[in-house]
Write a protein that binds this ligand. Structure first.
Ligand SMILES: Nc1ncnc2c1ncn2[C@@H]1O[C@H](COP(=O)(O)OP(=O)(O)OP(=O)(O)O)[C@@H](O)[C@H]1O
Length: 269
């Protein structure tokens, strides 16, 4: 994928911007590919393969949508990227380094994850947001916690609220703020808005788009909503039976060629 694919898939002006960014990054010695996934395979003891040699590059600073039928391996793929499932060594590289050789907490700080249903720790919203940095000996100031609240579209009154008092949508935004407190470079999102109402969904989507634009965050998002993928993703991977069968422009999903992918797309749009 990387720059050539980005140029092919993004609207022309955005593609140009992306290529310019890539050129700048090259001058700075940075890499344009965030994750390299190479022949990633997960086989169960009974011989069933959940992932069958997935290979794809995830460019830096893009929102990559992952869609596919239930049981196709989407969550397993996502979980491999921050070692919630330990991938075979050499099959997932982050900034060119095998993630299996990284300290797992360091990896999870760089690669944050949000799940379908947020789970907050006991205590206040501020306690939750401070949790990650505290693990590495940093105490976030009140100002910094308020900045993270604002970034996640929560007003300052949430600072001292108890996590247990919040609605699911509010708790999901606190979970996002807690993840962002670790200053991640990548966000893995596993159906992060499937339990939310349309307004909370829009709030979370706005935050994700803002983070990508302002901070160059790389986002990999599993979603069952084709419309959501079209609203926010730059590129979409279709996963069927443990294989990426197509990589497409989200606005041209109808051009998919794989029969199962086409059927899935027709049924869900
Ligand atoms: N640890 C495990 N042991 C046995 N089977 C597993 C394990 N993890 C996942 N699976 C199976 O692997 C397949 C892929 O699961 P996965 O959760 O990755 O799919 P998915 O595409 O995210 O599905 P959904 O859209 O329903 O969430 C499923 O058939 C699931 O039952």
């Amino acid at each position: 994928m990387a720059s050539a694919l980005a140029a092919e898939l993004l609207p022309e002006h955005e593609a140009r911007e992306h290529l310019l960014e890539v050129e700048e990054e090259k001058e700075n010695g940075a890499t344009e590919v965030k994750f390299q996934i190479r022949d990633l395979t997960k086989e169960l003891e009974n011989g069933d393969q959940i992932l069958k040699g997935v290979s794809v590059d995830i460019p830096k600073g893009m929102i990559v949508g992952i869609i596919g039928p239930s049981g196709s391996g989407k969550s397993t793929l996502l979980r491999a990227l921050n070692r919630l499932w330990e991938p075979p060594s050499g099959s997932v590289l982050l900034d060119g380094r095998d993630i299996c050789n990284l300290d797992v907490l360091t990896l999870r700080r760089k690669v944050g994850m949000l799940f379908q249903l947020p789970v907050l720790f006991e205590g206040t919203v501020a306690d939750n947001i401070r949790y990650g940095p505290q693990l590495s000996g940093k105490k976030l100031s009140e100002h910094e916690v308020h900045r993270l609240l604002a970034l996640s579209d929560l007003d300052s009154s949430f600072y001292s609220k108890m996590g247990s008092e919040l609605s699911v949508g509010q708790a999901q935004r606190v979970a996002l703020a807690r993840t962002l407190a670790n200053k991640p470079e990548v966000l893995l999102l596993d159906e992060p808005t499937s339990a939310l109402d349309p307004i909370s969904t829009e709030n979370i989507e706005d935050v994700i788009i803002k983070l990508k634009k302002k901070q160059g965050l790389t986002v990999i998002m599993v979603s069952h909503s084709i419309k959501q993928i079209q609203r926010i993703a730059d590129v979409v991977c279709l996963l069927v039976n443990g294989e990426i069968v197509e990589i497409l422009n989200p606005n041209k999903l109808s051009e998919a060629k794989h029969p199962m992918a086409l059927r899935f797309l027709q049924l869900s749009s």
